[in-house]
Design a protein around this ligand. Structure first.
Ligand code: SF4
Length: 63
């Protein structure tokens, strides 16, 4: 596994309760503080890159 991590652009995140990015993450690294908040990637991210292609708003990038 490389050292990259996923980052979610809070401006682009539509805050959907059915967020596919959250669902596909094998590390359960996508979360948010509250129901109306945008999602963010926590320290459990393994950098697999799987989530990037699942965001319909292209809010996820690898850094
Ligand atoms: S890069 Fe992989 S581990 Fe990190 S948030 Fe995306 S799906 Fe989860």
């Amino acid at each position: 596994m490389d050292n990259r991590r996923a980052v979610i652009d809070a401006e682009k995140c539509d805050r959907s309760p059915w967020c596919p990015v959250k669902r596909v993450c094998p590390a359960n690294a996508v979360e948010r503080e509250d129901d109306n908040d945008p999602y963010f990637v926590n320290a459990y991210c393994q950098g697999c890159g799987k989530c990037v292609q699942y965001c319909p708003r292209r809010a996820v990038s690898m850094v």
